[in-house]
Design a protein. Sequence first.
Length: 149
Amino acid sequence: MLAASGHWYLYFALWLVPFLTWHQAITRIRNIAEHAMVPDNNDPFGNARTTKANLLERALVAPYRVNYHVEHHLLMWVPCYNLPRTRAFLIANGYGERIETKSGYKEVIRMATSRPDTDDRPGSIIHNARRRRVSGVMSEGFEENQDAA
């Protein structure tokens, strides 16, 4: 349509440039938010993450309620517009504690870019995002590093 109307050059500005820049960045951020650093890959409630998204994040990063990712994995046949109701149902039936949830994409990115627990030394915690993430449980190997120090 753009070529037929004599504006073929707009194809690059309106489709290719966003696809090669914005789309790639957002896809990476969503992939980190949905599947990186989750508590338990063998648990259906813990192998993905639900990220609460405000209106701006929903418009720019998480359209079609893709931020309700645990709910989507548990019940894939539920339409996107019913995922918030699915979450409410799961919470009302006692599954809320098992659902890995973050308060926003900023929190997920902060956790993903923080230093690993192995950089922490006894008496000098550099960053404790992972400790807060999994109910106060340090990652495996921390005790070994602490004994070695």
